[in-house]
Design a protein around this ligand. Structure first.
Ligand code: PGA
Length: 302
């Protein structure tokens, strides 16, 4: 029968089997009823046995028909899987990846994106780095494929995958009087002039929560919207602050003193997030798998 049967005939037959009617199968496939009847006749001749029987207005399958319907479904499922895997390979050869990262993620996101882009040179990548407020606004408008941030939003339904550790440590200038002290109590830290991130920053929220849990309040001296500016202010002796260890990635060991403070580091994670409503693209899925294949530990600091 293989030499005389076409995929079109099997498709028509599968539709008849599924819908129980020649008319509905014709409508479903945008064909005329005579075409459906003629193709069914050819298929029946090729099989050499009746596939359907008409009982009143209903079309019922014979045993041979039922078996052919099952075989057709299996053939189509195999072909669908094949089509999907071709699409996946082509997507990875040519697709686009729009990524958005929160401020502090700028210390690792470009490196990871760069490595991924090298593996898939045909993919057009873009990365925007901005504050939490704008990341959440873009997420609500469904503008990017994937978002990297430290606290998944509660106000939007999202899928969040933890991808890496994000410890927050207290930093001071290397000649700061507390630099050599051990187990500095949180209450002592609260008396130091503090350099604060802007309100809404995930890092700031985590720090404020910790102090609040201990009934303490920080003494903000400066408020700076940039981690780089905070590092400069620390080195200038304007105060101390707490930052993600990722912010120290490119600094030689010893340039900052990492203070030994009780309850620090604050253990946090980085998440790759996408709105639940958005079907994740083939490329974004590949990037997520790539992220999960990377080391989860944050850079070591001294
Ligand atoms: P931040 O981001 O740069 O806003 O502090 C880190 C986070 O999302 O927690």
């Amino acid at each position: 029968m293989r030499h005389h049967t076409t995929f079109r005939q099997l498709e028509i037959f599968e539709a008849i089997a599924r819908l129980g009617s020649f008319t509905r199968a014709a409508e479903n496939l945008y064909l005329t009823q005579p075409t459906v009847s003629m193709q069914m006749k050819k298929l029946t001749d090729a099989v050499g046995a009746p596939l359907v029987e008409q009982v009143g207005k209903k079309v019922l399958l014979t045993e041979d028909g039922r078996e052919l319907a099952q075989a057709s479904r299996e053939v189509f499922a195999i072909l669908d899987r094949y089509t999907m895997s071709v699409a996946q390979r082509r997507g990875l050869e040519k697709g686009t990846l729009k990524l958005m990262a929160i401020t502090t993620a700028s210390y690792f996101a470009p490196r990871l994106l760069g490595e991924f882009a090298k593996l898939h040179p045909g993919i057009d990548v873009s990365l925007r780095v901005t504050n939490r407020e704008q990341v959440l606004a873009s997420m609500a408008d469904n503008l990017d494929d994937l978002y990297l941030l430290g606290t998944p939003p509660e106000e939007i339904a999202v899928e969040a995958t933890p991808i890496m550790d994000n410890p927050i440590v207290v930093l001071a200038a290397p000649d700061h009087p507390l630099a050599r002290k051990k187990r500095i109590p949180l209450a002592r830290i609260a008396t130091e002039p503090w350099i604060m991130r802007e309100s809404g920053s995930g890092t700031r929220n985590a720090i404020e929560r910790l102090f609040l849990e201990h009934g303490l309040q920080l003494r903000p001296r400066l408020e700076l919207g940039s981690t780089e500016a905070i590092k400069q202010a620390i080195l200038a002796g304007l105060g101390i602050s707490a930052l993600s260890v990722h912010a120290l990635t490119l600094h030689p060991p010893g340039q900052f003193a990492v203070l030994d403070v009780a309850s620090f580091p604050i253990h946090r994670h980085w998440y790759a997030v996408h709105p639940s409503a958005r079907q994740i693209s083939v490329v974004a899925r590949a990037f997520l798998d790539f992220l999960l294949g990377q080391s989860r530990t944050a850079p070591r600091i001294t």
